[in-house]
Design a protein around this ligand. Structure first.
Ligand SMILES: [Mg+2]
Length: 127
């Protein structure tokens, strides 16, 4: 079964890039997109994705807060992995992403099928 991915980003061009990367990655498929944090929390609840690709800077609640809420919502249910993506470098948000329970941090400029598979494998081994 493919890894089901929810993409969260307020910028349509990056969602398009992320969608392309996911579609190019063997064994992964996009099941939904959200353009803000609040919507991502309800989408994650409805769609039960295996993986959420979460932008940090969003209108309304931040991607970090949305990550915290998504993981809290899944405590008694199916597990979900959140990878935080940002235009900023890992040093900026990496520690905060880890603090809210994200499995990893990827700078948007480095997002690729290879990084996706690598981050997913690292998260799966850790869980
Ligand atoms: Mg953004």
């Amino acid at each position: 079964m493919p890894v089901r991915v929810l993409i969260v980003d307020d910028q349509e061009p990056f969602r398009a890039v992320a969608r392309t990367v996911v579609e190019l990655t063997d064994g992964f498929e996009v099941v939904g997109e959200s353009e803000n944090g609040e919507d991502s929390v309800s989408s994650a609840h409805e769609l039960s994705p295996d993986l959420v690709l979460m932008d940090v800077n969003l209108p309304g609640i931040s991607g970090l807060e949305a990550t915290r809420r998504i993981l809290a919502d899944h405590v008694n249910g199916k597990s979900v992995v959140v990878l935080v993506l940002s235009t900023y470098e890992a040093a900026e948000y990496g520690p905060q992403a880890e603090e809210v329970g994200a499995a990893g941090f990827i700078p948007k400029s480095e997002f690729s099928p290879e990084r996706l598979v690598e981050a997913w494998s690292a998260a799966s081994v850790g869980s």
